[in-house]
Unconditional design. Structure first.
Length: 204
């Protein structure tokens, strides 16, 4: 398959994917989508494409993180997105295995968000939601046509100043959609996102 045809298929999946928020948090009284909800929505759209998700444990400072990577491929071309989530030092009612499993599910959800350009910046399943409502997120619209390189440069500079992980995730998801046919730039954007996301996690 030609590279262009592969990215057109990915763009079609991003456009047609419907991943409703089927989960409900009775304590916080809000709906949210899980990793499983996204997978259920995307599987009928994959066709001859193959989707895989892998986890690895990485150490940053004295804390451990789960890094999840989602890969979409046709056997020749591939597109990846990664996300990280930090294991809590302790979580009431969870043993070590359950804690790692919950952290993995969270990381997997957000790497799928990046892969399929799902904007969860306004989801209520994170404490940063209300903070983002007040702070806002960067806008990529402009009256002057911009190149993919310029979008990446803007994101790079903005990410260095960003103090909100959810805002960073939302901006990265939107940038991923803009760079859908620029795999080299998309990979650079993913590296920048992971670097700054880890910095925010470490500072939390």
């Amino acid at each position: 398959m030609e590279n262009k045809a592969f990215y057109l298929k990915l763009a079609t999946i991003q456009r047609e994917l419907n991943a409703p928020k089927n989960q409900y948090n009775t304590f916080g009284k809000y709906h949210y989508r899980s990793c499983e909800d996204i997978l259920e929505g995307v599987k009928p759209l994959l066709g001859d494409l193959f989707l895989s998700i892998s986890d690895e444990i990485v150490q940053i400072g004295d804390r451990y993180y789960v890094k999840a990577t989602a890969t979409l491929t046709d056997g020749e071309n591939s597109f990846q997105a990664s996300a990280i989530a930090r294991e809590e030092l302790n979580k009431k009612g969870m043993d070590a295995a359950q804690l790692t499993g919950a952290t993995s599910s969270y990381a997997r959800k957000y790497c799928l968000n990046g892969l399929f350009a799902i904007d969860d910046a306004k989801d209520a399943d994170t404490e940063a939601y209300k903070q983002q409502e007040n702070k806002g997120t960067p806008h990529t619209k402009s009256t002057v046509a911009r190149t993919p390189e310029q979008y990446l440069t803007d994101f790079t500079h903005w990410a260095r100043q960003c103090k909100d992980k959810v805002a960073l995730q939302g901006a990265y998801n939107r940038l991923s959609q803009l760079l859908i046919q620029q795999p080299d730039l998309a990979q650079k954007a993913n590296d920048i996102y992971l670097t700054h996301s880890a910095t925010l996690e470490k500072a939390a």
